[in-house]
Structure formats: structure tokens, C-alpha cells
Design a protein around this ligand. Sequence first.
Ligand SMILES: Cc1cc2nc3c(=O)[nH]c(=O)nc-3n(C[C@H](O)[C@H](O)[C@H](O)COP(=O)(O)O)c2cc1C
Length: 187
Amino acid sequence: MIIISQLNWLYFLMLIMSFFDLISSRHSVRAFKEQKISDNVIEKILTAATRASSAGNLQSYQIFVITKKEDKKRLAVAAHGQNFIENASAVFVFCADPVTSAREYGKRGEDLYCIQDATIACSYAQLAAHSLGFASIWIGSFIEEEVTRVLDLPSGLRAVAMLVVGIPAEKPEITPRRPLSEIIRTL
Ligand SMILES: Cc1cc2nc3c(=O)[nH]c(=O)nc-3n(C[C@H](O)[C@H](O)[C@H](O)COP(=O)(O)O)c2cc1C
């Protein structure tokens, strides 16, 4: 019995260690090799995204998966010419669904929760991609109307983040962070 519980603790500690290793080793990549990733990998990333918390568990977002070169090119143009996007293996576009959230939560759902739902899901997807050994970059700088056009988004859906995933063609340094003392406030 004691051995089992000690093993559980060991397992738990290993999980904690690997989680912190995972988040501290992730970094953005802005150069990709032109290679495909398998449907299985894409599905794993999507499944991880949907495990994220969402307001009322409504998951008020839709995720578009773009893998065709021509479409990635159009997204790169919509993202002010961030051309590395077209070489990546897949672009996941996270779109908030204000209507779904508003049904339950009114204006707060429409203005805030659906955006949070979509972005938290995107965060999970980014960590999942990293944990599977793929590089990524979060793209927020894009012309929303352009992305709406490229994806032919149904009215109501709002593109809030693109997650570009692929095989890295560069190895940038891990970026520094502001010290906690600059960020944490206590009352
Ligand atoms: C909301 C948001 C928008 C971002 N938009 C862009 C973008 O349009 N282009 C880009 O190259 N990086 C973009 N990034 C990536 C950040 O520049 C990057 O995460 C940050 O510099 C920290 O580096 P790291 O991801 O390597 O830790 C964005 C990140 C976030 C969270």
C-alpha cells in the first residue's frame, strides 16, 4: 500500500516536472519547413484545445483548420504579409461564437466570454503542438474582415487568433519574461 502511494507521488512529481519543462521550453517560431503534418496530429491538437475551460462549458468557438497552400497564402496576406505562415503545415483559426455565449450570458458572454473561450482553447492547442514536438506561432495581427472573407465565416463568428503550426526551420532563443515583482500586486 505504502509503495503504491509512494509510486503515485513519484508519478505526480514527474508530471509536474514535465509540465513545467513543457511551458518553459515553448517559444515562437517564425520560419517553417514546408512539410505536412498528419491528420492524427491535427486531431490531437484539436482535442487538446477542446479540453480547455469555457464559460458554462459552452465552448463558444469554432476552429478552422487550414492546410492548403493557397489558403495559407491568403491568410498570410490578411496577416499583413507575415509570409512565413504559408510554409507552415497547418493554420488553426480560432473564432469566437458570440451568439452561443450570449444565449446564456447576455452581453458579458457576447463581449467577453466567447473571446476568452476561443483564446484559452488556442493556448491549449499551442501547448499540445509543442508537446507533440511541433513549432508554433500565435498570430493576432491580421485584418479581421480579410480573414472572414478567406474563411467565408458564417455571420456572427469572429476570428480572434490564428495558431500557425509546423516543422521549425529556425531555433530562436527562449524569450525573457518580466520579473514577477513587476506584475504581481497584492492588496
Ligand atoms: C495575442 C497575441 C498576438 C500575437 N500576434 C503575433 C503576430 O501577429 N505576429 C508574430 O510574429 N507574433 C505574434 N505573437 C507572438 C508573440 O510575439 C510572442 O508570443 C511573444 O513575443 C513571446 O515570445 P514566445 O512566444 O517565444 O514566448 C502574438 C502573441 C499573442 C499572445
